[in-house]
Design a protein around this ligand. Structure first.
Ligand SMILES: NC(=O)c1ccc[n+]([C@@H]2O[C@H](COP(=O)([O-])OP(=O)(O)OC[C@H]3O[C@@H](n4cnc5c(N)ncnc54)[C@H](OP(=O)(O)O)[C@@H]3O)[C@@H](O)[C@H]2O)c1
Length: 276
């Protein structure tokens, strides 16, 4: 049985769905019992557990843990190693941590936190039978989904990362398959695996793909991300400033190896998304 945390979020639900489709038994951990229409009914055992509390009841009997920490959460650097250590002490033998591409780009606070967690992995499993693995995705193509219909309607794709630098967007379905491989395949212990899409695209490139998909003219426009003064707001603005200065690209080679095929392109991602 595989435990997945933050299972009601976009990443968690995608990982749960993929594991179930591959015949795995899944325990999905959520912070409260409120209804979650995209998770409820998939067929996982949904249990309430707080990542900042005692998780031993939800970890009991698990073969593997997929640790997703909530996005832009200030407790990750200290909380995630604690959960990993609890899991190792509880007898969970395979720990997979959902990190990010280039966590060592520490100007971004959420990257710095994930770098700290990766640093803590060996200590978390020390003296136990547990072994760790890490998945490092770049930005999901799915991050664009929320604005596709509005962009087609208005003719403007809003880009908080500017118009010049590129990203290697990865489809979340491919990330979820890579997660399932790390959770179930032998021979990958102590490995760190990048999950990166196959092309480097600027915002104008994405706008052109959206034009082709919708048959309507779409142009990329430069916008600035809001900093609302919260930790999450600071993570968001420093992230987009980083992307604006450096882009956020990587090699698709490792993900191709995990999937046994090339990762999906952004055009393939858009083909499966409503744009009207
Ligand atoms: N988006 C990307 O492009 C990308 C790329 C690489 C890595 N990542 C990483 O992926 C991770 C997940 O991101 P996401 O966008 O999928 O997250 P998300 O949609 O914001 O989901 C986070 C989930 O965590 C749950 N949660 C919050 N506090 C909790 C607690 N104390 N205990 C247990 N669960 C709790 C939330 O539950 P409620 O729904 O009840 O609030 C929510 O369902 C993040 O660490 C992010 O950095 C994202």
């Amino acid at each position: 049985m595989i435990v997945v945390t933050a299972a009601g979020g976009v990443t968690g639900t995608a990982v749960v769905r993929t594991l179930l489709s591959r015949g795995e038994e899944v325990r999905a951990v959520v912070p409260s019992s409120r209804p979650r229409p995209t998770l409820d009914g998939l067929g996982a055992e949904v249990v309430v557990g707080d990542l900042t509390g005692d998780l031993s009841p939800v970890l009991a009997g698990a073969d593997a843990l997929y640790l997703i920490w909530p996005n832009f959460d200030p407790g990750e650097a200290t909380g995630a190693p604690e959960v990993l250590a609890q899991a190792a002490r509880s007898g969970v033998r395979r720990l997979v941590y959902h990190s990010v591409l280039r966590p060592q780009a520490r100007a971004m606070p959420h990257h710095a936190a994930k770098d700290r967690v990766e640093e803590a992995l060996d200590g978390a499993v020390a003296g136990t039978a547990a072994r760790w693995r890490v998945l490092q995705p770049c930005a999901y193509a799915d991050n664009l989904d929320g604005q596709l219909a509005a962009a087609v309607r208005s003719g403007e794709l809003r880009s908080p990362w500017g118009l010049e630098r590129a990203q290697s967007f990865v489809d979340l379905r491919d990330v979820a398959v890579a997660a399932a491989v790390l959770l179930t395949a032998d021979g990958l212990d102590s490995g760190t695996f990048e999950a990166v899409g196959p092309e480097e695209l600027t915002a104008p490139d994405v706008a052109a793909l959206l034009s082709a998909r919708s048959g309507r003219p779409v142009t990329a426009v430069d916008v600035r991300a809001d900093d609302d003064g919260t930790y999450a707001g600071r993570c968001r603005t420093t992230m987009f400033d980083w992307y604006r200065a450096h882009g956020f690209t990587g090699s698709p080679r490792v993900l191709t190896g995990l999937l046994g095929r090339p990762p999906r392109t952004v055009a393939e991602h858009l083909a499966d998304r409503p744009t009207g």
